[in-house]
Design a protein around this ligand. Structure first.
Ligand SMILES: Nc1ncnc2c1ncn2[C@@H]1O[C@H](COP(=O)(O)OP(=O)(O)OP(=O)(O)O)[C@@H](O)[C@H]1O
Ligand SMILES: [Mg+2]
Length: 297
């Protein structure tokens, strides 16, 4: 699959002391496609995202058959080439918008820094582009926000700014790691609406990481379900929701329904032995429990 924006073939990631945090993951994201990555806490979603952008901490090791981002194989590229992909090939929106920005500098100066590669444009041109991007991200009074400090904006507003910042670099792939988890429900709906609009306008491909099936259903074309470092199931969102094959996916769907009733927003950790028993009854193949989860169950 050469025209994919992201093409992962059997990718694994280990941290020192953790047996594979990501294990044999194969996943593609095509131009303009929105792919969801869902799974419980600790299943390896952020690790996978960070490996794509070369953001893993020292000591983490990535291996696999191939890991192509916008045509470059990250597994064989130099650190310098990987750094050059950050921005034009892929940009990331993080869970906590407060942590994305330095509290010491204005929004405008930080977004100008995002455009450091563009040496041909003047500061004035960059300012105009940034103000336009802020307006497109639904920020009211963007001129004034340009000169504001992060603490002067609400969490939802700041998340709009980080989406604007990511898209300023015109990436082929936007990776959003739980972009709405830190926000209230109203803000969450607004951010998802914004992402849908921006996707339609810019054609950017998105890898959307979430705990919440509702978020995935809202915005994604396809979804991959991660469990203990592996993708246990992937396919079209409607197909997976209508007829989940893997016991973990079934447990996830059952959980979400009970959460809707109880008003909670986070998925509990699924009991592995329960999932295993369910799979025996259903005759579905369950992957071996990896050592990285410890022996807590
Ligand atoms: N910097 C690190 N050093 C060592 N182990 C790590 C590190 N970051 C994550 N891990 C481990 O790797 C595994 C996957 O973690 P990861 O953060 O990728 O999961 P996640 O699916 O993003 O979880 P969450 O939904 O809570 O964000 C876990 O076992 C975690 O403890
Ligand atoms: Mg995470």
């Amino acid at each position: 699959m050469t025209d994919a924006v992201l093409d992962l073939g059997n990718v694994s990631v280990t941290y020192s002391g953790v047996a594979r945090a990501v294990a044999d993951v194969s996943l593609t994201v095509r131009p303009g496609e929105v792919v969801g990555l869902i799974g419980e806490s600790g299943s390896g979603k952020s690790t996978l995202a960070h490996s794509i952008l070369g953001l893993l901490p020292p000591g983490a090791a990535v291996s696999g058959d191939h890991m192509r981002l916008a045509g470059t194989d990250i597994l064989t590229a130099s650190a310098r080439d990987i750094a050059a992909l950050r921005g034009p090939a892929a940009a990331m929106v993080f869970q906590n918008p407060m942590a994305t920005f330095s509290p010491l500098h204005t929004i405008g100066s930080q977004l100008t820094d995002f455009l450091w590669r563009d040496r041909a444009s003047s500061r004035r041109d960059k300012r105009l582009r940034i103000i336009e991007a802020l307006a497109e991200a639904g920020i009211s009074d963007p001129q004034a926000r340009f000169d504001a400090y992060p603490f002067e904006l609400s969490g939802g507003m700041l998340q709009r700014v980080s989406i604007a910042a990511a898209l300023l670099m015109k990436p082929a792939l936007l990776i959003a790691d739980e972009p709405t988890t830190a926000l209230d429900v109203t803000m969450e709906a607004q951010i998802l609406h914004l992402m849908r609009q921006l996707r339609a306008r810019t054609g950017v491909a998105v890898l959307m990481i979430s705990h919440q099936l509702g978020v995935i259903a809202e915005i994604c074309d396809r979804v991959a379900v991660m469990y203990a470092g592996r993708i246990v199931e992937q396919g079209k969102v409607e197909a997976i929701f209508a007829d989940p094959q893997h016991p973990y996916t079934r447990a996830l769907l059952a959980c979400e329904l009970s959460l809707v009733e109880s008003g909670a927003t986070r998925l509990p950790v699924i009991d592995w032995q329960e999932a295993g028993r369910a799979s025996e009854q259903d005759g579905v193949d369950t992957p071996a429990r990896p050592a990285s989860l410890g022996d807590a169950a």
